[in-house]
Design a protein around this ligand. Structure first.
Ligand code: NAD
Length: 251
């Protein structure tokens, strides 16, 4: 894609976004790679370095050694998330909210970058939770992750809550139930969208990958911005292949 100015495709994308009355965005790891956070499935992504089957929710609950490995993975990834700054794509979505018409951002990301870019927290649904907080699996108390990650660094290899419960980063792991309220709202939003924009998602993780189908069934215009083709491209009105920062930055 050229860097000399918006292409015809980007202009067309901008027109659909401008005309939207109830725009719903589904974002995935790809919107944050330009902020320096690797995605899971691209070459060099997180799953080429860590084995996802090791970190299921069931294993985390059952095994102190799995928990130690999980916090150890966090020791290298969490500082990356904390340091990351929103990029042009996040900022473009914040600008879309300011000019009106953006109803919701449903994000699979756990990095908090949409809110930091300026999107209202109430307009952002984190369907896979957040890595910036920790939750107690017994009493449900939430707290900032910094002190807990610091406890791990200081030698507490299996941090527990004051109530005695196991602490876990507030993300949704494989095998863990999706948050009910957030998931229900996300599906209702998708059903009510007139324009549904996917940014930086391979659309293979369910149930998030069902959301574009729900929007399409209700007659929404589907727009996709992703570096690689997705299974939904054929059903989309526009599918732009390139980097989210360049494409959304261009609108
Ligand atoms: P994914 O890894 O399955 O897919 C990411 C997609 O983004 C790929 O298709 C890739 O081609 C595309 N992509 C990469 N860089 C891009 C860029 N600069 N511009 C446009 N597209 C780009 O990610 P997913 O579908 O979002 O789902 C995987 C899971 O990973 C999610 O559940 C999420 O919780 C988790 N995750 C989150 C983060 C984060 O919070 N930043 C990072 C890694 C993984």
């Amino acid at each position: 894609m050229s860097t000399s100015g918006p292409t015809t495709e980007i202009r067309a994308l901008a027109r659909y976004l401008e005309a939207a009355r109830s725009l719903v965005v589904l974002s995935g790891a790809g919107i944050s790679t330009e902020s320096g956070i690797p995605d899971f499935r691209s070459p060099g992504g997180l799953w080429s370095r860590y084995d996802p089957s090791e970190f299921t929710f069931q294993r985390f609950c059952a095994n102190a050694e799995t928990r130690r490995r999980y916090w150890e993975m966090g020791a290298s990834l969490y500082p990356l998330l904390k340091r990351a700054e929103p990029n042009r794509a996040h900022r473009a979505l914040a600008a879309l909210e300011r000019r009106g018409g953006l109803h919701r951002i449903i994000t699979q990301n756990i990095d908090g970058l949409h809110q930091r870019a300026g999107n209202t927290p109430e307009r952002v649904i984190e369907i896979h939770g957040t890595a910036l907080e920790v939750t107690c699996l017994s009493c449900g108390a939430r707290q900032d992750r910094d002190p807990v990650q610091a406890r791990f660094a200081a030698g507490d290899l299996d941090p527990h809550c004051e109530c005695g419960g196991i602490l876990k980063p507030a993300t949704i792991s494989f095998g863990q139930a999706m948050p009910e309220r957030e998931t229900a709202t996300a599906f209702a939003d998708a059903a009510a969208a007139d324009v549904f924009l996917v940014v930086g998602s391979s659309l293979v993780v369910f149930p998030a990958a069902d959301l574009p189908a729900v929007a399409l069934e209700r007659g929404a215009t589907l727009l996709i911005v992703n570096r690689e083709p997705t299974l939904y491209d054929a059903a989309a009105t526009l599918a732009l292949h390139g980097t989210a920062g360049e494409i959304l930055g261009g609108i």
